[in-house]
Ligand binder design. Structure first.
Ligand code: C2E
Ligand code: CA
Ligand code: CA
Ligand code: CA
Length: 278
């Protein structure tokens, strides 16, 4: 707490003095970030646990702020969502990803699908399908090279819109993943209604895999997903032991520092795409 002098000998106490102001300034800065070319993408590999081959990559956004340095999406995506900036930012990400796909393709690198994080807010706006179509058409991208990651929270806020939207996206040829699975406190039964392809187990479950209850939870989720014809990605795999356990459970794909940190395009190409014959 800090004291703020509002008049003569008149002090007011307020919590976290910088946050409101900082948020306002951050939002103003974020509005300019796209034009000023301050946003960039990193790509994190997802591995096929059984074959140990690269399966796809996830695009993760970064903000190189001119004075504050590198800012994590955990610090600005929620601000974007609350200030009508999430759609322009997502459009920027989608376009960058489509251009990247084409660039890798032209250079003859290994073909690897890219997944993009979609905010639940975007889906709730009702323009997601047309927005995605716009980018796919303007960049002439094969939708089968794109995957979208959407959190399960949309299933609570507007299940019928979520189901319809995901159906339409799938008709375009894209794969859809449920992101942060297990953290949304929603009923599992939505999995029966949602035509998704992939379930991404949140890293909070993987971090505590040594715990017996967590292990049986993960084991059961993998079985359930497979019975529903979904494949499973575990995120946040940091150790050999976690890798072994998930592989034993039959988890399909893994993502995490154990395999690779998120990489800028050039590094990804050097380490994963270049030497791999098609
Ligand atoms: P997420 O979708 O759950 O992404 C996974 C996060 O886990 C990423 O954090 C990634 O860098 C981190 N991670 C990967 N491997 C490990 C590991 O082994 N251990 C640990 N502890 N963490 C690992 P990041 O890049 O900071 O992104 C945070 C969140 O921000 C993402 O969580 C996603 O919800 C959001 N986000 C990132 N990029 C975008 C974007 O382009 N659009 C939207 N709407 N959201 C984004
Ligand atoms: Ca994600
Ligand atoms: Ca997560
Ligand atoms: Ca997420």
């Amino acid at each position: 707490y800090k004291a703020k002098q509002t008049g003569r000998n008149n002090f007011q106490f307020y919590q976290d003095p910088s946050s409101d102001l900082t948020d306002k300034v951050m939002v103003q800065d974020l509005e300019k970030a796209i034009i000023n070319n301050e946003l960039f993408l990193v790509y994190q590999p997802k591995y096929n646990l059984a074959t140990k081959e690269l399966n796809s990559v996830e695009a993760l956004i970064r903000w190189q702020h001119p004075t504050r340095g590198l800012i994590s999406p955990l610090e600005f995506i929620h601000l974007a969502e609350d200030n009508n900036l999430i759609i322009p930012i997502t459009m920027w990400v989608l376009e960058k990803v489509c251009i990247q796909l084409k660039d890798w393709c032209v250079k003859g690198y290994k073909k690897v699908p890219i997944s993009v994080n979609i905010s639940a807010k975007h889906l709730e706006k009702g323009t997601l399908v047309e927005d995605v179509k716009k980018i796919i058409n303007s960049t002439n991208t094969n939708p089968e090279c794109l995957m979208l990651e959407i959190t399960e929270s949309v299933m609570i806020s507007n299940p019928s819109l979520a189901i319809e939207t995901i159906h339409e996206l799938k008709e375009l040829g894209m794969k859809i993943a449920i992101d942060d699975f297990g953290t949304g406190f929603s009923s599992l039964s939505y999995l029966l209604k949602l035509p998704v392809d992939i379930l991404k187990l949140d890293k909070s479950f993987i971090g505590e895999l040594s715990d017996r209850k967590n292990m049986s939870f993960v084991d059961a989720i993998v079985k359930l997903a497979h019975n529903l014809d979904l494949s499973v990605v575990a995120e946040g795999i940091e150790t050999e032991q976690q890798h072994q356990i998930l592989n034993q459970y039959g988890c399909d794909f893994g993502q995490g520092y154990f395999y690779s940190k998120p990489l800028i395009s050039n590094q990804l190409v050097k380490s994963f795409l270049e030497n791999d014959e098609l």
